[in-house]
Write a protein that binds this ligand. Structure first.
Ligand code: FMN
Length: 167
């Protein structure tokens, strides 16, 4: 049985929600990481992944300028980084300079990988479309990487950016 409620109440049932960190370079070559919960695998063949980024975020400029992005699955130990990258804007912050987080150059695109993430996917921008107050970017995965060590993924476990790794 269902009962009709406001969207804002029903959507609170979505947790746990996966987290990704997307990284794109801006026109000055600064790599800008952004934490995102709104993401999906969009195609299997070819492999494609999609992210929804608020139109006001600096990442919109960076992704549209570089036309590629890395999509990292942060590990459970990277909650602090995810919160930092998800609460500061690249418009006035060099996030990688301000928050220590090991990176490595991407192999196939002009971006960075998160060295300690569970996995990283290098994506070339294939499609973009506005969706209300967000932009949806669909990237084709051109290279994939996994951590040599077994790591757990990071999730949002509840409202207010409560992060953790549900067992
Ligand atoms: C756990 C978490 C999930 C988030 N999910 C999204 C999301 O899906 N889409 C989005 O546009 N912003 C999301 N944000 C907010 C952005 O990460 C945040 O506004 C960031 O500072 C924008 O950075 P930028 O201006 O450098 O692009 C999330 C933040 C956190 C902490």
């Amino acid at each position: 049985m269902q009962k009709q409620v406001e969207y804002s109440d029903a959507i609170k049932t979505k947790y746990p929600e996966q987290i990704v960190i997307a990284i794109a370079k801006d026109r000055n070559g600064k790599a800008n990481p952004v934490t995102l919960g709104w993401t999906m695998i969009a195609s299997g063949s070819p492999p494609m992944m999609a992210i929804a980024v608020a139109k006001t975020h600096y990442s919109v400029e960076a992704v549209e300028f570089s036309r590629c992005f890395t999509l990292a699955f942060p590990s459970a130990e990277q909650a602090e980084a995810a919160l930092f990258f998800g609460s500061h804007s690249g418009r006035d912050t060099d996030k990688f300079a301000e928050f220590e987080c090991e990176t490595a150059p991407a192999e196939e695109i002009d971006s960075l990988l998160l060295a300690d993430a569970v996995a990283n996917f290098e994506c070339t921008l294939e499609q973009h479309m506005p969706a209300g107050d967000h932009m949806i970017y669909v990237g084709q995965v051109v290279a994939s990487h996994i951590n040599k060590e077994a790591k757990k993924r990071l999730y949002t476990t509840g409202p207010g950016h409560k992060l953790g790794s549900p067992s």
